[in-house]
Design a binder for this molecule. Structure first.
Ligand SMILES: Cc1cc2nc3c(=O)[nH]c(=O)nc-3n(C[C@H](O)[C@H](O)[C@H](O)COP(=O)(O)O)c2cc1C
Length: 199
């Protein structure tokens, strides 16, 4: 098949593009809300976009709490969303009032970060502590739709649980990082086919 993406005339039950750009890693974004409490939410429009320095981005459909907190406080933390924490990831994706502490709501322990104020998810095997850099607004397809806001941050601190460091490498398989596919499907980074010399 072939279709015009701008007309979205694929004739399928659901838009297939999110299933094509898959798996997408899930950044579990923690920020500080206006009351000084903790906000936590999963974002699968999330990725590392550069190296030296490391910039990461997450994209908010509309101006959600994570975006507003990151802009106001200038900081956010991306904990790795994992299979053992799948239920908690989903629970923190629920829409709640800005002052609700989603870590508490999901029964998660918060661990203080070293370089920024928002804490990381204690049980997550890795976290990127970020300084807010910029927001890029991406207009919606039609004028009634909500715009997307890509929040870019520079990684200023990296936490890695010792358990997932094997032979001097971060072992993605042991971390059981969740990836989002299309629809409501997920995958887990399990098989690592390591070439002799990674490029
Ligand atoms: C696995 C998963 C991935 C998600 N990815 C995104 C995303 O990339 N962008 C987005 O705007 N919402 C995404 N959501 C929905 C947000 O997590 C949800 O709207 C949340 O309530 C936002 O919280 P906040 O207002 O505290 O930022 C996702 C939800 C789940 C469960």
């Amino acid at each position: 098949m072939y279709y015009d993406a701008r007309k979205n005339n694929h004739g399928l039950e659901y838009d297939p593009v999110k299933a094509i750009v898959a798996p997408r890693p899930i950044g579990w974004i923690s920020t500080i809300n206006e009351e000084g409490g903790v906000n936590l939410a999963p974002y699968s429009f999330f990725n590392l976009v550069s190296y030296r320095p490391h910039y990461v981005m997450f994209s908010s459909h509309g101006r959600k709490d994570s975006l507003r907190n990151a802009e106001r406080e200038g900081e956010f933390v991306c904990s790795v969303a994992t299979l053992p924490l799948f239920d908690e990831v989903n629970r923190t994706g629920a829409a709640v009032a800005p002052d609700v502490d989603e870590m508490q709501l999901a029964g998660l322990e918060a661990m203080p970060s070293q370089f920024v104020r928002p804490p990381r998810v204690a049980k997550s095997p890795a976290a990127l502590e970020c300084r807010y850099h910029q927001t890029v607004e991406l207009p919606a397809a039609d004028r009634h739709g909500e715009a997307y806001f890509m929040v870019i941050g520079e990684v200023v601190g990296v936490y890695i649980e010792d358990r997932v460091l094997r032979g001097g490498r971060y072992n993605t398989e042991m971390a059981e990082a969740l990836g989002r596919l299309g629809y409501f499907d997920y995958t887990v980074a399990r098989t690592i086919d390591v070439p002799a010399e990674p490029s």
